[in-house]
Design a protein around this ligand. Structure first.
Ligand SMILES: Cc1ncc(COP(=O)(O)O)c(C=O)c1O
Length: 363
C-alpha cells in the first residue's frame, strides 16, 4: 500500500522514499539515486581538511581572492569573472535574484531548483518542455517565449536526461536571447563528466555578455556535504551577483580546497577512464533488458520500461525491495514519474543493479 507522504525532493532520501511506499527500513541500500562520482572524494582530502583547520579561527577572505584566482587560471578567464558560491544551489538562487519579480523561462525536464529559486525571487515561470526520447531543443521554438522573458534557465548536460545540447544550438540560442535582452543561465554542474574536451561553454563568455555559467564541485569530487560551486560571467554581472550574496557564504575549509581540487588532474583522468568503461557496459545491459535508455553523456541514465510494463513507481518500489535506491521523476515536469534515473556506480554495484533488473524482467 502506498502512503500519502510527499515524494522526496532530491535523490539520496531513502527513508522518505520508503515512507512514500509504506515500506519498512531496508538495509543495506545501494544508492543509485544521487548522481555523485563513486570514485570520490579524492584520497588526500582528509589530510587537506585537517591541515586547513587552523584557518577556522578567522573569517574567510570576503573576496575569496585565492580560490577565485585558481578557478580563473583553470577556466582561462579573468578572476573578476568568477564568483565562489556555497554549492551550485546558491549559484542558482543568486542567478534568479538578478531578475527578481521578472519573467523566467525554464527548459524542462530539468533540475527542480531553478523553479524553486525563481519562485523564491517572485519570478513568473514559463516552462519550455523538451520531448522524449531525444530531449532536443530547436532554438526557433524559443523565439516566442523569449519575447516576454528576462532570464532563461537550462542545464547542460541536463539533469535528469544526461543529454548535452550541441554547441551550435547554444550559439544560436545565446544570439537570439541577446537580441531580446534575455540573460541565459546555463547550469554546467555535470560538465566535468563529459569526457570529450571542449564542450564547456566557457569560451562563449567572451562573445556573449548575457551568458552566466554555473558550476558545482560537489558532483565530480563527491563533496555534497561540503558545499562548493562557482559562477562565471562578465565582470559587471559578477559584481551584481555578488551584491546579492551573504558575506562569507563559503566556509574556509571549502575555499581552501578549491585550488588543490582543480589541480588534481589524475582524479579527473581516473573518472573519465571509469566512465568510458562502465557507461557503455551499463547502457548495453539496460538495453538488453528491454528498457528504453536515453543516451547519456554523463554519469547517470534516464530509463523507462516499455509499454505494458509496470510504471516507473512499480519499478522503483521493486528495486527498493531488492536493496536498490533509484531516483523517482515525479518532480521533473514532463516525466511525471514515468521514468527512473539511475546513477552510474562502480562495476560491482552496476552488476548488482543489472541482476535486480534481470530478476524484475523475469517476473
Ligand atoms: C543540475 C544541478 N545543478 C546544481 C546542483 C546543486 O549542486 P550543489 O551540490 O553544488 O549545490 C545539482 C544537485 O543535484 C544539480 O543536479
Amino acid at each position: 500500500m502506498t502512503s500519502h507522504s510527499a515524494w522526496p525532493s532530491h535523490g539520496g532520501q531513502a527513508s522518505a522514499l520508503l515512507e512514500r511506499f509504506g515500506l519498512p527500513a531496508i538495509q543495506p541500500l545501494v544508492d543509485f539515486s544521487t548522481n555523485l562520482n563513486p570514485l570520490g572524494p579524492p584520497d588526500w582530502l582528509g589530510d587537506a581538511i585537517a591541515g586547513a583547520m587552523v584557518g577556522l579561527a578567522r573569517y574567510p577572505d570576503p573576496s575569496y581572492t585565492e580560490p577565485r584566482e585558481a578557478i580563473a587560471r583553470h577556466e582561462g578567464v579573468d578572476p573578476n569573472q568568477v564568483l565562489l558560491t556555497n554549492g551550485g544551489a546558491e549559484a542558482i538562487f543568486l542567478a534568479a535574484g538578478l531578475h527578481a519579480r521578472g519573467q523566467a523561462v525554464i527548459v524542462e525536464p530539468s533540475f527542480s531548483e531553478y523553479a524553486r529559486a525563481c519562485a523564491a525571487h517572485g519570478l513568473q515561470i514559463t516552462s519550455l518542455p523538451l520531448a522524449a526520447p531525444a530531449f532536443d531543443l530547436d532554438p526557433d521554438r524559443l523565439a516566442s517565449p523569449l519575447r516576454q522573458a528576462d532570464v532563461l534557465f537550462l542545464c547542460r548536460p541536463n539533469n535528469p536526461t544526461g543529454t548535452l545540447l550541441p554547441w551550435h544550438t547554444m550559439e544560436r540560442l545565446l544570439d537570439s536571447a541577446r537580441q531580446q535582452g534575455v540573460t541565459v543561465v546555463v547550469d554546467e554542474a555535470f560538465i566535468d563528466f563529459v569526457d570529450e574536451p571542449g564542450e564547456a561553454l566557457t569560451p562563449l563568455l567572451a562573445r556573449f555578455d548575457n551568458l552566466i555559467l554555473l558550476r558545482s564541485l560537489t558532483k565530480l569530487y563527491t563533496l555534497p556535504g561540503l558545499r562548493l560551486g562557482y559562477l562565471l560571467a562578465g565582470a559587471q554581472t559578477i559584481r551584481r551577483l555578488q551584491a546579492g550574496q551573504p558575506p562569507w557564504s563559503v566556509n574556509h575549509l571549502s575555499a581552501a580546497l578549491v585550488a588543490p581540487l582543480l589541480a588534481d588532474s589524475d582524479f579527473l583522468d581516473c573518472t573519465h577512464a571509469w566512465l568510458r568503461e562502465e557507461r557503455p557496459r551499463l547502457q548495453s545491459g539496460l538495453l538488453s533488458l528491454g528498457l528504453e535508455v536515453v543516451p547519456s553523456r554523463v554519469n547517470f541514465f534516464l530509463v523507462r520500461q516499455g509499454s505494458g510494463s509496470p510504471t516507473g513507481d512499480a519499478l522503483l518500489r521493486r528495486l527498493l525491495q531488492a536493496g536498490i535506491l533509484a531516483r523517482h521523476t515525479h518532480n521533473f515536469p514532463g516525466l511525471d514519474g514515468g521514468w527512473v534515473r539511475l546513477a552510474l556506480r562502480g562495476r560491482a554495484d552496476n552488476d548488482r543493479l543489472l541482476a535486480a533488473l534481470t530478476a524484475e524482467a523475469a517476473r
